[in-house]
Ligand binder design. Structure first.
Ligand SMILES: NC(=O)c1ccc[n+]([C@@H]2O[C@H](COP(=O)([O-])OP(=O)(O)OC[C@H]3O[C@@H](n4cnc5c(N)ncnc54)[C@H](OP(=O)(O)O)[C@@H]3O)[C@@H](O)[C@H]2O)c1
Length: 307
């Protein structure tokens, strides 16, 4: 989802020479294949959007795959990029890098200040390793080789290209799928897990892509002014918080579901609030452009007619 959006953003800005590979074409967990790819293509810049991703269920069921695949992808890509002379790289992490009890909204300096959420700890550890790979390569080779590897931590993303897998998808695509199904079956009720009270932040994927290109292209003195060598990552959020109840009602309305929405409070809620502090990026000149209502309408159009 995000990789495709970054390609759209780069092309929209006039980049004509964007090299991509699908998972089927290049397994980034295979070191030799990754080194061969970089040696042959010698890109000037790298956006690393590939990762093994999924919701709570997938993270809880496949912890070994989540930590192994993500560590391998990052280590292989970042090191092979360095060996082939890539000067600029952007690594995509996730808000789950922050401690489960981090003060809200979560600032970049909350990293490594407490215990992680256990359900996605393996994934979070791999993402933290990705940030530390970028920082460590910068610290060791930044001056000698002129490299500048940066990281961005997006909040929950949604939009065209999302996964609508019945078990492994995130909350917005899961709701779109269920409300759509209920509409076509004329079901009277959709039941949503949890009380509906937790508040979450969402960002439309094309906004994330524009933010990624923005961070990649920031002049180094400006970037350095607002980051530190060992707290170098930048949060990317909309700043817009919504309760799961409001979210479900909005998705139901956009999909055209006319029945009732119920909340099953016997099911777990997760953290009451998860909001990024995106002050750093705002100060650096970016802010979200697509509101939730408009973004959900576009996402539903994509669900009906995928890109
Ligand atoms: N979606 C969100 O809400 C969200 C939130 C925060 C951060 N992020 C981050 O944003 C990035 C992109 O996420 P996304 O939502 O765009 O996920 P996505 O749609 O699943 O895209 C990830 C891509 O990586 C590919 N991939 C996985 N393992 C690979 C491997 N070993 N070799 C090559 N390609 C591989 C996947 O291919 P297959 O599908 O064929 O395996 C898929 O095309 C990730 O780093 C993720 O952590 C996403």
């Amino acid at each position: 989802m995000v990789g495709a959006a970054i390609v759209r953003a780069l092309r929209a800005q006039g980049q004509t020479n964007v090299v991509t590979r699908t998972h089927a074409e290049l397994d980034l967990a295979e070191q030799a294949a990754v080194r061969a790819f970089f040696a042959a293509e010698k890109p000037a810049q790298v956006y690393l959007a590939a990762a093994k991703v999924g919701g709570i269920h997938a993270n809880d069921t496949y912890p070994a795959e989540f930590i192994y695949q993500n560590l391998m992808i990052e280590a292989n890509v970042i090191d092979a990029a360095f060996r082939s002379g890539v000067k600029k790289l952007l690594f995509l992490g996730s808000s789950c890098i922050y401690p489960r009890a981090a003060a809200q909204p979560m600032r970049e300096d909350a990293l490594l200040t407490g215990t992680l959420e256990p359900t996605n700890e393996p994934y979070a550890i791999a993402k933290i390793a990705g940030i530390k790979l970028c920082e460590s390569y910068n610290r060791q080779y930044g001056v000698s080789h002129g490299i500048d590897y940066r990281s961005v931590m997006p909040t929950n993303l949604y939009g065209p290209g999302d996964s609508y897998h019945p078990e492994n998808s995130h909350v917005i695509p899961a709701l779109i799928r269920r409300f759509h199904q209920a509409k076509i079956e004329n079901a009277p009720v959709v039941t949503v897990w949890g009380s509906g009270d937790p508040r979450r932040e969402f960002l439309y994927v094309d906004d994330m892509a524009v933010a990624s290109v923005h961070v990649m292209n920031l002049e180094k003195p400006l970037f350095d002014q607002y980051t530190q060598a060992m707290i170098s990552h930048i949060n990317v959020g909309s700043g817009e918080e919504v309760s799961i109840r409001e979210l479900a009602e909005t998705v139901g309305r956009i999909v055209g579901f006319l029945g009732d929405i119920r909340f099953d409070a016997t099911k777990p809620d997760g953290a009451p609030r998860k909001l990024m502090d995106s002050t750093r990026l705002k100060t650096l000149g970016w802010q979200a452009g697509v509101g939730l209502e408009e973004g959900l309408a576009r996402a539903y159009r994509d669900f009906l007619n995928p890109l």
